[in-house]
Design a protein around this ligand. Structure first.
Ligand code: GDD
Ligand code: MN
Length: 899
């Protein structure tokens, strides 16, 4: 929509150029030529700028009399009106007019007053201080005059635009101002003061509009239906006079932004809200402290004090702060919304508390205050936008989705960030951490990216959960970025934002960006590859092949599954004639070579290790037997996509009925179907013969998300199921997000009244490791020898013990390959273990693991010296049971039976 245009030849549009114009100083006959547009210049103490501005305007190569300049002065005290009056009348080639306002000075109101006076159908607004080069005026007005666009923005933030002479803080303010407006409108320089538009558009500007950002008001009033173009300008800081932009204007801007986004603000509301909040803080903090000191524990104390403060806040807010938006009696739907916001705030605040108390060892009576602040922020925005939204001029559906997406994505990302470092590792993550302790070119069961990321993260942040997981977090952001760009290219920016929303809340996106597994970098590389594939194959851009080579290579380093996208690309090129031309050009081959080069560490590792990894993966993919498991694949898809997501995916893949039939739309469909369908088809085929892993299909949905996001607001699709689906998204998003927040709070702090169950074997390794350490110390004391600790599962036990092991006094930890059983990478790290007379502690998650393998074969008891019985330990925290762990002590090992 926002196309960049080059400086057009204005004379094409100003056809009435007079040939008889003279410069005699006498009333110019040409002044009677038709007026085409009006320039509105607001002034407040700009006396020194009037002459230079008008001189430069009159020097423009435009037909005399084709425009007028209307100055709107707000009571300048430096003689500005007099300066303007000197130019009024007919002694110049310019038509200059002056409006002197007598009301309270305001930039927006001044401009609107000038517009009301204007005689041209097209308006240009510009500053008086020469910050906006008058020479760019023809370029700015042309797109509106020739009716190709409704609004033209003089933009500093498009190629060719710039800012000269502004101090750094002004540049930052301007950038931040622009970014804040980004969720609402797609213009790069929404805070520009230099723009042109058709006059009638101004009538839609909100009655309440105030302050500096009239352009934003204009764009928002157009509800996204305007054709907007950005014309690059070079903004020069003023050389005469001073800027009138004050803190007050910036405050007004923030308020207008919130209102335009559909939120409720007024100074009264905010300050009353704050007053109520302060009483709430006191209630909350005091009760929390009292509960803590009476031994309630972090979770119970903060939840109880929260509800006490929230109940009080709600009654005061609804009766007082937001009373205009409240009918005076308790509205259940509103109360429900209030509770929803409160529960999300509560679950987030648990994370903040845990981070401060457990992670950073801040005393709890201090930690409660930042926690309350986080709660208050969530509550405030939740109240302003969701519980008590401004109903007077609600923004369009599109803007409402954007605002909601923005808030929800922020919440999801912050939730991850807060809990990242305080939730214990799952065994898989501990396994990949062990990879990073044995850095190599590649590994047996996965390519190396996950290990490299963990190595990097832990090098910076230390060997803790945060260091391990930060890589996944960053990968999640990269995935979002590329998915947004892909969806924007396929559809539009709004679709891009909604696609990111879906990625942030659907399980396959949330979980892969939270846990540090190979799927985290895989998702990022998959999204990046899709983005470059679309740019190369559909948009026909050569440079995209470079990105593709990089993304594809890095993706293969993450997980071999990414190769499926190569297959999809091949199919696309075979079907699509336009893309087929690439086969005869060098770019795809160069990209493939680059990818191969990046992938070479894996090839080298495999050469050194008898192709172990490649054999293992292809065996797993092909030789998995003939157990029909398609039903499992469906169940897993239901889990990673949610039922709503699955139905939406089916609809998105279905042939379009009344959608866009253009050539581009057809190619886009082909792209989406092939890049989703190909990988899915392979997973389907594999599931005909053996059990799929539940996260297999996760990346495959990335290519379909843009279409699903697009359909979320498509009014033209009249299938009733599509309409009902639209209604289903809201609860789906809410339930998903609640589930993650709840789960994180549960594993980190607990939820009062709900015991830990289901983790009995696989989680809480920090506490379990501590118990095993005590046992190992006891054995060492009794025997005088350091025991060997053997994890008796494929890798979960040994790797988790290694991660949570006391690094100052590490245990000697081995895999069960010691006894000839398969232990994945441990087979490589500790290839063989000779007989020993050192004591051995076998550790398992289930009792049978300490006796034989899963099939009941391979009884290990005979190779142990004086094996003891299997012991069970109940692991507790603060007196509450967490899980169990099993161990067995022997006084030595006789060596592998083959010897
Ligand atoms: N009538 C009237 N009333 N004019 C005003 C008022 C007012 O209350 N306040 C400022 N002006 C006039 C100034 O005289 C000048 O011509 C123009 O509005 C811009 O004011 P400046 O004080 O020079 O603003 P700035 O340079 O800091 O900000 C400019 O750049 C920003 C870019 O981020 C303006 O163009 C902003 O609109 C723009 O957002
Ligand atoms: Mn200025």
């Amino acid at each position: 929509m926002n196309l960049l245009i080059d400086l057009p030849d204005i004379t094409n549009f100003l056809s009435l150029r007079s040939s008889s114009s003279t410069s005699s100083g006498l009333p110019d006959p040409a002044i009677t030529s038709a007026l085409q547009f009006s320039v509105v210049v607001p002034t407040l103490n700009e006396a020194d700028n009037i002459d230079p501005l008008l001189t430069r305007l009159s020097a423009l190569d435009l037909p005399a009399g084709s425009f007028e300049v209307i100055f709107v002065d707000d009571g300048s005290s430096d003689g500005t009106p007099e300066k303007v009056r000197a130019w009024e009348g007919h002694h110049s080639r310019l038509r200059v007019r002056l409006l002197e306002r007598r009301e309270k000075p305001d930039l927006t109101r001044s401009i609107l007053a000038g517009v009301a006076l204007a005689r041209g159908d097209v308006i240009v607004v510009m500053d008086a201080d020469l910050s906006h080069p008058p020479e760019r005026l023809p370029a700015l007005v042309a797109p509106v005059l020739n009716r190709s666009h409704d609004v033209a923005v003089g933009s500093r933030y498009v190629p060719g635009g710039s800012t000269v002479g502004w101090p750094l803080h002004r540049q930052w303010l301007s950038r931040i101002g622009g970014w804040l407006a980004r969720p609402l409108c797609d213009v790069n320089d929404a805070t520009s003061g230099f723009f042109s538009f058709r006059r009638e558009l101004s009538s839609a500007i909100a009655e309440r509009a105030r302050g500096y950002k009239i352009l934003l008001e204009l764009l928002m009033a157009g509800q996204g239906k305007l054709r907007v173009v950005e014309v690059p300008i070079c903004f020069h800081d003023r050389t005469r006079g001073t800027s009138k932009l004050s803190f007050f204007h910036q405050w007004t801007y923030l308020q207008r932004l919130m209102t335009l986004a559909g939120g409720t603000v007024s100074v009264g509301t905010a300050s009353r809200f704050a007053a109520v909040g302060l009483i709430g803080v006191a209630v909350d903090a005091l009760l929390f402290q009292w509960l803590m000191s009476s031994g309630a524990g972090l979770a119970l104390a903060h939840i109880m004090s929260f509800f006490a403060a929230a109940a009080m806040n709600y009654s005061l807010n609804s009766k007082w702060s937001f009373r205009r938006h409240h009918e005076g009696y308790l509205r259940w739907d509103q109360f429900g919304r209030f509770l929803t916001v409160g529960v999300f705030a509560l679950l987030m605040r648990g994370g903040v508390l845990a981070l401060l108390v457990y992670g950073l060892h801040v005393p709890s009576f201090l930690a409660i205050f930042p926690a309350i602040a986080a709660t208050a922020a969530i509550n405030y925005f939740g109240s302003a936008f969701y519980v008590f939204p401004d109903k007077r001029n609600p923004p369009s559906l599109d803007v409402r989705w954007r605002v909601a997406s923005f808030g929800i994505v922020m919440f999801a990302v912050l939730l991850r960030l807060v809990y990242l470092g305080v939730a214990q590792l799952i065994p898989d993550e501990a396994y990949y951490w062990n990879y990073a302790q044995h850095m190599d070119l590649s590994f047996f069961d996965h390519p190396p990216m996950v290990a490299w990321l963990i190595w990097l993260g832990t090098s910076i942040f230390g060997n803790n959960e945060f260091g391990v997981r930060i890589g996944a977090f960053v990968c999640g952001l990269v995935t979002m970025g590329y998915l947004y760009a892909l969806a924007r290219n396929l559809y539009d920016k709004s679709t891009g934002i909604r696609a990111v929303l879906l990625l942030a809340v659907l399980p396959f996106g949330f979980v892969t960006a939270t846990l540090m597994t190979p799927d985290a970098p895989l998702m990022a590389a998959w999204a990046a590859t899709l983005y470059y594939m679309e740019r190369a194959l559909v948009a026909d851009q050569r440079w995209a092949w470079l990105g593709m080579g990089l993304a594809f290579g890095l993706g293969l380093l993450s997980k071999y599954t990414l190769g499926l996208l190569g297959l999809a690309a091949l199919v696309f090129v075979m079907i699509d004639p336009a893309a087929r031309r690439w086969l005869r050009r060098p770019h795809p081959y160069l990209a493939a070579s680059l990818a191969l080069l990046l992938f070479s560490p894996v090839v080298i590792w495999n050469m050194q290790h008898d192709w172990a990894s490649i054999l293992f993966q292809s065996e797993r993919a092909t030789g998995i037997g003939n157990k029909f498991s398609l039903q499992w694949l469906f169940l897993h898809i239901l889990l990673v996509l949610t039922p709503t997501g699955l139905i939406a995916a089916v609809l998105a893949l279905l042939p379009a009925r009344d959608r866009d039939p253009s050539h581009y739309a057809n190619r886009r469909r082909l792209f989406v179907i092939i890049f989703t369908g190909m990988p899915l088809a392979v997973f389907f085929a594999l599931s005909l013969f053996g059990a799929p892993k539940f996260h297999w299909t996760a990346p495959a949905w990335l290519a379909l998300l843009p279409t699903i996001a697009w359909m979320m607001v498509q009014a033209s699709d009249l299938r009733s199921i599509a309409v009902r689906l639209r209604a289903a998204w809201k609860p789906t998003i809410g339930v998903c997000l609640f589930f993650y927040a709840f789960a994180m709070h549960y594993v980190v702090l607990g939820i009062p009244g709900i015991p830990y169950a289901g983790f009995t074997e696989h989680y809480f390794w920090r506490e379990a490791t501590h118990e095993i350490e005590q046992i190992a110390k006891k054995v060492q004391r009794e025997t005088g020898q350091k025991p060997i600790v053997v994890g008796m599962s494929k890798w979960s036990v040994a790797t988790s013990l290694s991660f949570y092991d006391d690094k100052a006094e590490p245990m000697d930890i081995r895999g069960r390959n010691m006894f000839g059983q398969n232990a994945s990478m441990y087979n490589f790290w500790y290839p063989s273990e000779p007989a020993t007379s050192r004591p051995i502690i076998l550790v398992g998650m289930k009792p049978w693991q300490l006796e034989h393998d899963i099939e009941g074969n391979d009884n290990i008891t005979p190779v142990l010296v004086q094996p003891g019985t299997v012991q069970e330990v109940a692991i507790e925290r603060d007196g509450k049971p967490l899980r169990r762990v099993y161990y067995r002590i022997a006084q030595g090992y006789l060596g592998s039976r083959e010897n």
